[in-house]
Design a protein around this ligand. Structure first.
Ligand code: PEP
Length: 253
């Protein structure tokens, strides 16, 4: 059985004070109410990595993750944050290739393959995002596009290394739109991704890799989505910004 993972993506939201309150509220609710053993990750804005880690203190249920990192290890790259920097702060998860990074910052599969390598080299876990825009879904090109994203981003890894990756399938048309993929659509696509991995690395390897669903997950739909056999939890944007809602999402895992 793969452990469920629920990762919140705060994106570029909250002041530090608001973030502290949010983290502290969720931490308390998780301790009081969550009975499952899901791994919980808060992917917060870079300046908040250590402050939020501090707020969580010794709550071992929740870890802090980053939303992006550079493909370079150090050097003259103003404004960037590197994998060794994250490691030095004991930040062990990082989202890579979120559709907003692909869309607004021109990140492509080739760059993401490099980012994946540097993250893994430093012992971090990438949460590697893939997913199709609406026009591709409407013309039935989603399976091809998503398997190509996974292939070009990850299939250069050897068998032992790919097992250190978390994949997040996030159909772009469902991100921040309130339009969730149905549980069947999510399951079908997760199965396609897992089969594709099995085709290259074998079923035993494919069965070990967590595949999260992302796209308007909320307290009302989390349980049904997370119950799908190939859905191993969620990457959650909007609903991760509200303590009650996010705790209820976690309870669905
Ligand atoms: C996301 O940010 O990855 C996401 C899925 O956002 P939302 O849950 O708001 O759709």
């Amino acid at each position: 059985m793969r452990q469920k993972i629920v990762a919140g993506n705060w994106k570029m939201n909250k002041t530090l004070e608001e973030g502290n309150i949010l983290a502290s509220e969720i931490s308390g609710m998780v301790n009081d109410e969550v009975r499952n053993d899901a791994k919980i990750i808060f992917c917060v804005p870079s300046p908040y990595l250590l402050p939020i880690k501090n707020v969580l203190g010794n709550n071992s249920r929740i870890v802090v993750g980053a939303q992006n990192c550079s493909e370079h290890e150090s050097g003259a790259y103003t404004g960037e944050i590197s994998a060794p920097m994250l490691k030095s702060m004991n930040i062990l998860y990082v989202i890579l290739g979120h559709s907003e990074r692909r869309q607004y910052f021109g990140e492509d599969n080739k760059l993401l393959a490099k980012k994946t390598d540097v993250v893994l080299k430093h012992g971090l876990t990438p949460i590697f995002c893939c997913g199709e825009p609406l026009e591709i879904r409407e013309t039935n090109g989603h399976e091809k596009l998503v398997t190509t994203q996974v292939e070009e981003g990850l299939f250069h890894l050897d068998e032992a290394t790919i097992q250190k990756v978390v994949i997040a399938y996030e159909p772009v048309w469902a991100i921040g739109t309130g339009k969730t993929a149905s549980a069947q659509q999510a399951q079908d696509m997760h199965k396609v991704i897992r089969n594709h991995i099995a085709g290259k690395y074998g079923q035993a390897v494919a069965d070990k890799i967590p595949i999260l669903y992302g796209g308007s997950v909320n307290a009302g739909n989390a349980k049904e989505l997370f119950a799908c056999p190939d859905v191993d939890g969620g990457l959650v944007g909007g609903a991760s910004l509200k303590s009650r809602e996010f705790t209820d999402v976690i309870k669905g895992a």
